[in-house]
Design a protein around this ligand. Structure first.
Ligand code: SAM
Length: 396
């Protein structure tokens, strides 16, 4: 699935061996006088104008195109990778990613300038106003001050100081799946964990070399912010820690396998405001996804959110796989041994709601990327989700 000389994020041409370049959604700034707009706002009404921009949103697929995609997937899934090779890809998954980062170091994934238009939750101002309206809706209380998820709330003439955990929901439990119910063995001591004094905590899982983390640290100047990031590739984490922008007083990078059921994250349950998953859930074997998501949900504060962007079913990258690379339905291995799954919206909805979260956004981004120089069109399918941990039990 190498994208030879195609456009990646930021409209830059990426190198021939960039097997993962499709991780970087395209830039949308060219036609807007440099002003970046959210995905899903530039539509191709006149097909003759297709090469006028680098990318078009919400491109409708014709029935024939959909059928051709289904056919292509049937063809390239007909022959499965032999079981012993499958075991190797699973057991040595981190080594394949280590090799990837040894080759590409931090020159591969481009910085995500789209991050803050798609996920304004990562900017301090938005977080405050968003949380405020959310809580007003949920609790009927008047919020008079807010720092991260710590709140000062008034519900009578007399003002009461309280935290988000005590908005009359202290005793209430969330509807959780079995995996989440059995997670207390992963609880850590709540004293003195990294970032313990922060008021706003973000964790990025599968952070790679920090192409999301560094822009957040750069853009979000909230003094109460603390950013955690982890990856199971020690090589990637080493590149994050040795980056000149790495500041241990604001950030903690650590090696962690999100499929490891017995290893704790270095923060207590219900301590995180935001968890970011960008093109990482698709890297793990499908039958480990639910437990991985449930463990993450356990770490979210009530009102905290998981933000995800990942591959959608029939993305160009899926259709380009040759026969013999399929591991299981919609799950493939690339030439370098790294793996990728292609989601439907419903599958992601099930993963998150089973983990006790409620939907805020679940959208498919059917994008047409264009290489104007080569007059090439590429049909991309990405899914973007935001799921929130409820304050009150979800009885539905
Ligand atoms: C496609 S890359 C995306 C990297 C980064 N999120 C970005 O967007 O630049 C997938 C990342 O997930 C990491 N990864 C894959 N499986 C993982 C696991 N089980 N636990 C932790 N990280 C994992 C890989 O090492 C890699 O850095």
């Amino acid at each position: 699935m190498a994208l030879r000389g195609l456009y990646s994020g930021g409209g830059e041409i990426i190198s021939a061996s960039c097997v993962m370049a499709d991780c970087c959604p395209g830039d949308v700034s060219a036609a807007t006088g440099g002003k970046r707009v959210q995905f899903g706002t530039r539509f191709l009404k006149d097909p003759s104008r297709v090469f006028h921009h680098n990318a078009w949103d919400n491109v409708e697929w014709s029935e024939e195109q959909e059928e051709a995609a289904e056919r292509r997937v049937r063809e390239n899934s007909a022959q499965r990778v032999p079981p012993e090779k499958q075991v190797d890809y699973e057991v040595n998954a981190h080594e394949y990613w280590n090799n990837f980062y040894k080759i590409h170091e931090n020159g591969f994934f481009k910085d995500r300038h789209w991050l803050f238009t798609e996920f304004p939750e990562l900017t301090p101002r938005h977080n405050q106003s968003n949380l405020k309206s959310l809580l007003l809706k949920d609790s009927g209380h008047e919020i008079i001050e807010h720092r991260g998820c710590g709140l000062i709330v008034s519900n009578t003439q007399e003002q009461q100081k309280t935290s988000s955990h005590s908005l009359n929901h202290k005793e209430q439990k969330h509807p959780i799946d079995e995996a989440t119910q059995n997670l207390c063995h992963l609880d850590i001591n709540t004293d003195g964990f990294p970032g313990s004094s922060a008021t706003y905590r973000i964790l990025e899982v599968g952070c790679g070399v920090g192409n999301t983390v560094f822009p957040i640290l750069h853009t979000n100047n909230d003094p109460g912010l603390f950013v955690y990031c982890c990856d199971f590739s020690a090589t990637a984490i080493d590149l994050v820690q040795t980056n000149s922008e790495y500041d241990p007083s604001r950030c903690f990078a650590f090696v962690h396998d999100l499929c490891d059921e017995d290893k704790s994250y270095p923060m207590p349950k219900e301590s995180l405001d935001i968890i970011i998953l960008i093109f990482v859930l698709s890297s793990i074997v499908p039958d480990k996804m639910q437990n991985a998501v449930s463990r993450l949900s356990y770490l979210l504060k009530p009102g905290g959110m998981i933000l995800l962007r990942d591959y959608g079913r029939y993305d160009m990258a899926q259709l380009r796989f040759k026969t013999g690379r399929c591991l299981s339905e919609n799950f493939y291995v690339r030439g370098d041994g790294t793996r990728v799954y292609f989601f439907t919206q419903d599958e992601l909805d099930t993963l998150f709601t089973t983990a006790g979260l409620e939907k805020v956004q679940n959208m498919v981004d059917h994008r047409l990327q264009v290489n104007r120089g080569k007059q090439l069109t590429m049909y991309r399918v990405w899914i973007q989700c935001k799921y929130r941990k409820p304050f009150s039990p979800n009885t539905g």
